[in-house]
Structure formats: structure tokens, C-alpha cells
Unconditional design. Structure first.
Length: 442
């Protein structure tokens, strides 16, 4: 355990973790607000799918781009202050949404609301400093479960919107975020590393030094992983209510409940992903994540299709389609493995870059968040151009398969560098065991 953690009690660790998790949950609920209110706004303004996709994705853009400097500021000035600042800004922006009337005004308002999504890199930098390396996977998994704020919005916002309109949703969410900011500031403490720096008079790490690890290709490989597991999660969390309404003819309340069946496992099981990454290794968890995700997105991508076969005694007709039940099951499984992957990606960062968690975590979070911005727009554009509802899953299949391929070949290259004899032997476990034994007796 590092010197800065020697005087930290278990109670202090738990308080920092659970306060941060609660705050991130509320931030995420605000960040996803357009997944519900955007439906009514779209009807109000008569938007097409591409315009709707841009509207719901715009908060994700701000939340993504802000993660880099917010993560660095958290390392430099302390996560407690930056977290509170982010929440207060998000609360003001959400309240101001109620004054928008035109599409450009809504886009600008959504851009401002997106600051709430930047809270993730702040929380990662803050929480990781309270725990030793061997416990960071579990701790960050619990913190990341704050993604369940998406389900909170999907379950509660439709009821408020149906009863009092989308403006009331914005007001309630704004007040809730402001109260959370105040409570967090009052009950949280500065992280132990910051306190240690202040006692010793050590200056914060310069910005250029914080950004130095970004020259490593490995950081960008981690970013592609997060582009799918988090960006894909955010994109589907935003898009699924619209998808269910259009593809299956549901009302907004029912669509919100079923979309929550995706958001809940994709959030809560991040805790399991953190624990599994600590126990079995983040690399193995990433293999499980991408393998199952490729299978699920392939099945979900298959469009509602009718086949006509000219048989001997006439035409034979086959109808292939995924019903609501099977769709819900597949999306639940996809969300579950995405949640494991989200935790596994962030298990890598404090291990490989312990002195640059804010910068590296911020960049990885930014790229992941940009996935949540780019993908909903792409989903809407594919709907308008291709005209097939399942085209969104076709795109996700390509992203997941690409990430799996890059990860596998990168790992194989590392194994060959460490164990050159792998090129001559076909049984991987035996080759590694033999190499290890040879080194031990050398």
C-alpha cells in the first residue's frame, strides 16, 4: 500500500466510494435525459431520425470532450472540488433547457447539459486514489455502476413527462443534481494523495507530463475497447426507446421499461466486471466481452425477413424475425457483457499508468463517450439511408468484431516478444510453461 493510503481507514474509503457512486448515478441520469424528453421534443419540432439522433447524442459530445481536462484537473486540484463544480454546472444547464423553443436552441442546451457526463473521469481519478492497486478494479466497478442512472431516467422520466410534460422532467432532474452536488461537497473529503502533496508542498504534475502516456498506441487500443463497451452502451441507452417505438410499435412508457432491461444489467454488473477483473484478469474478461458481443450483435442485426423458396410442389415461405421477448433477452445479455468490459478496461489503466490515471482515464473515457455521440447519429442516418431498423446492430457488430481482432493480434504480438518459441510450437499453454521453467532454472 502506498504511503498516502497508510492512514486511510476502511470507513473513509467506503464513504468516498459510495458518495462518488451516488453522485455519478445522478449525473448519468441527467446526461441521458434526452433519451426520453427527446422523443416529445422530436414530435414537437417534427424531426427526422438523423436530426433526432443528433439531438440525443449532443450531450454525449460535451461529456466526452470534457473528460480529458476534467480528469487532469481532478489529479491536479482534487476530485472533490471538480466533481461539485461539474454537478452545479450540469444543474444550471438542465434547468435552462426549459427556455429552449427551436432546434438550434435545443442543440445548444444539450451541449451544455453534457457537462454532467464529464463527471466519470473525475470520479475515476478521485476513487482510484482511495484504494490500493489490488482493490481498484472492484472499487471502480462499483463506481461505474452509476451508469444505472440511465435506467433511472428511463423508468421515472416517462411517467413525469406523460403527466406534466418534458419541461417538468428537466426541472426535477436539475434540482436533484444541485442537491446532490451540495451533499457531496459537505460529506466528502479531499483524496489522500492530494492531502499528502499539500503537506509536503509538492506541486501538481505539469499538463505536458500528464499527457505524455498518450503517445503509446496501447492507450488508443484501450480507447477502442471503451468506444464499444461504453460508447455502444450509451448509444443504445439513448436509441432503444426510439427503436422499440418504431420497430415494435410500443408507447413511450413501455419502451422506457424495456430499454431499462438493457440499462440495468449494463450498469449494475459493472461491479461484477471489476471483481472478475481483479480475480481472473482484465484481459480474459475482455475476451469474454467481445466474443459474446459479436454473437449478440450478429443475431440482433438480422432484419425481419421473408424467404420464398420455389419448391417442387410450389413456393415455400419462411419468416425470420426476432420477437420482443428474444430481443429483450439478447439485449440483456449484450448489456451484461458490455458491463463486464467497461470495468475490465478501467482495471488496466491504474495498473499500466498509476501516475497518469486522470489523463489516460480521461482520454479513454473521451473516446468511449465519443462513441456515444457518433453512434446515435450513425443509427439515425442508417435508418434514413438504409431503411432497416436493425442497421444499428449491424454497425455495432462491425465495431465489436474490429475491437476483438485488434485485441487478439496485439496480445499475440506481446506473447511472441516474451516467448519467441511460440512461433515454433503450436500448443500455447505448454510453450509458456516450458519457457517459464527454462527461465527459472537459468
Amino acid at each position: 500500500m502506498s504511503q498516502s493510503l497508510q492512514s486511510v481507514s476502511s470507513g473513509q474509503q467506503q464513504r468516498a466510494l459510495w458518495l462518488s457512486t451516488f453522485a455519478f448515478t445522478i449525473c448519468f441520469a441527467v446526461w441521458m435525459i434526452f433519451s426520453i424528453i427527446g422523443i416529445q421534443i422530436s414530435q414537437q419540432l417534427g424531426l427526422n431520425d438523423t436530426q433526432f439522433g443528433l439531438l440525443i447524442a449532443t450531450p454525449v459530445l460535451t461529456g466526452s470532450l470534457s473528460r480529458v481536462f476534467l480528469g487532469i484537473w481532478s489529479d491536479q486540484f482534487g476530485g472533490r472540488k471538480i466533481f461539485t463544480f461539474v454537478m452545479l454546472c450540469g444543474a444550471v444547464a438542465t434547468w435552462m433547457l426549459t427556455y429552449a423553443h427551436t432546434y438550434p436552441q435545443f442543440l445548444f442546451g444539450a451541449l451544455c447539459v453534457g457537462i454532467a457526463g464529464g463527471s466519470f473521469s473525475v470520479g475515476v481519478a478521485y476513487v482510484s486514489k482511495w484504494f490500493p492497486t489490488e482493490k481498484q478494479g472492484t472499487a471502480l466497478g462499483i463506481f461505474g455502476a452509476g451508469n444505472i442512472g440511465s435506467a433511472l431516467t428511463k423508468l421515472l422520466a416517462p411517467m413525469i413527462m406523460v403527466a406534466a410534460g418534458w419541461t417538468m422532467v428537466a426541472k426535477v432532474w436539475a434540482v436533484g443534481l444541485a442537491i446532490t452536488a451540495i451533499l457531496f461537497f459537505l460529506f466528502s473529503k479531499e483524496d489522500p494523495q492530494l492531502e499528502k502533496r499539500r503537506r509536503e508542498g509538492v506541486k501538481p504534475v505539469p499538463f505536458a507530463e500528464q499527457m505524455a502516456p498518450l503517445k503509446n498506441l496501447q492507450v488508443w487500443r484501450f480507447s477502442l475497447y471503451y468506444f464499444f463497451v461504453f460508447g455502444g452502451f450509451v448509444a443504445l441507452a439513448l436509441w432503444l426507446p426510439r427503436y422499440l417505438i418504431g420497430a415494435y410499435g410500443m408507447d413511450v412508457a413501455t419502451a422506457g421499461v424495456l430499454a431499462a432491461c438493457y440499462s440495468i444489467p449494463a450498469s449494475l454488473f459493472r461491479v461484477v466486471g471489476g471483481w472478475m477483473s481483479d480475480r481472473y484478469g482484465a484481459r480474459r474478461v475482455m475476451y469474454w466481452t467481445f466474443s459474446v458481443s459479436v454473437l449478440c450483435t450478429f443475431l440482433l442485426a438480422y432484419p425481419d425477413t421473408e424467404y420464398v423458396v420455389k419448391g417442387i410442389h410450389g413456393e415455400l415461405r419462411f419468416h425470420l424475425a426476432i420477437g420482443v421477448t428474444m430481443f429483450t433477452v439478447l439485449v440483456f445479455v449484450l448489456g451484461f457483457f458490455m458491463s463486464l468490459g467497461k470495468a475490465a478496461v478501467y482495471k488496466h489503466i491504474p495498473v499500466y499508468y498509476p501516475q497518469h490515471v486522470g489523463a489516460v482515464g480521461g482520454v479513454v473515457g473521451m473516446i468511449g463517450g465519443l462513441g456515444g455521440f457518433i453512434l446515435p447519429i450513425a443509427f439515425g442516418a442508417l435508418n434514413d439511408v438504409v431503411g432497416i431498423w436493425s442497421s444499428c446492430f449491424m454497425l455495432l457488430f462491425v465495431v465489436a468484431a474490429s475491437a476483438l481482432a485488434w485485441m487478439h493480434f496485439a496480445i499475440r504480438r506481446m506473447e511472441r516478444r516474451q516467448f519467441p518459441q511460440l512461433d515454433k510450437q503450436t500448443d500455447l499453454p505448454e510453450a509458456i510453461d516450458a519457457a517459464a521453467a527454462e527461465r527459472k532454472h537459468a
